[in-house]
Design a binder for this molecule. Structure first.
Ligand code: GTP
Ligand code: MG
Length: 170
């Protein structure tokens, strides 16, 4: 039998980490060097076939600017999955990602599938956050870890595919 599941997914992370760019790459196959900073949040949907099922992702791309922080619970509440994004060239964005993980662990859906995405791997020469430390942190906190580039599209579809595989089947 072919089943379609809806899955609410939220992206969280510091401004400029590349949340919108990851979504734009996944949904439209595009990348913009001058991607505009998100205001409030933006909604997208995209289906993905995984094994014998189809997952319809309902994606909330939130705004990373601090002044929008108080809106975040509206988007992560009831979400089946979250992608917490940081920029591998920006240590502050990694610290911010860990804060989001803490907040979701306290306030989010306890069965939420969480992914930690270290984005901008095309900027390897400017890397500030090592793969090893982020992978260790993700492991300790039960998150799925992946490094991505929205620019070159490395591992972008894989994040969504891995999340889809981990979602509990209704
Ligand atoms: P807010 O909406 O402000 O929270 O930011 P955001 O997390 O949505 O970041 P956004 O996708 O707007 O990307 C910020 C900047 O980083 C843009 O200029 C993008 O072009 C750039 N960017 C995003 N992903 C990558 C990447 O993988 N590699 C490189 N080199 N630049 C990227
Ligand atoms: Mg954005």
């Amino acid at each position: 039998a072919h089943n379609t599941h809806n899955a609410k997914l939220v992206l969280l992370g510091d401004m400029g980490a590349g949340k919108s760019s990851l979504v734009l790459r996944f949904v439209k196959g595009q990348f913009h060097e001058f991607q505009e900073s998100t205001i409030g949040a933006a909604f997208f949907s995209q289906t993905l076939a995984v094994n014998d099922a189809t997952v319809k992702f309902e994606i909330w791309d939130t705004a990373g600017q601090e002044r929008y922080h108080s809106l975040a619970p509206m988007y992560y509440r009831g979400a089946a999955a979250a992608i917490i994004v940081y920029d591998i060239t920006n240590a502050e964005s990694y610290a911010r990602a860990k804060k989001w993980v803490q907040e979701l662990q306290k306030q989010g859906n306890p069965n939420m599938v969480m992914a930690l995405a270290g984005n901008k791997t095309d900027l390897e020469d400017k890397r500030k956050v090592t793969t090893e430390e982020a992978r260790a942190y993700a492991g300790e906190n039960g998150l799925f870890f992946i490094e991505t580039s929205a620019k070159t599209s490395v591992n972008v579809n894989d994040i969504f595919y891995e999340i889809a595989k981990r979602l509990p089947r209704a």
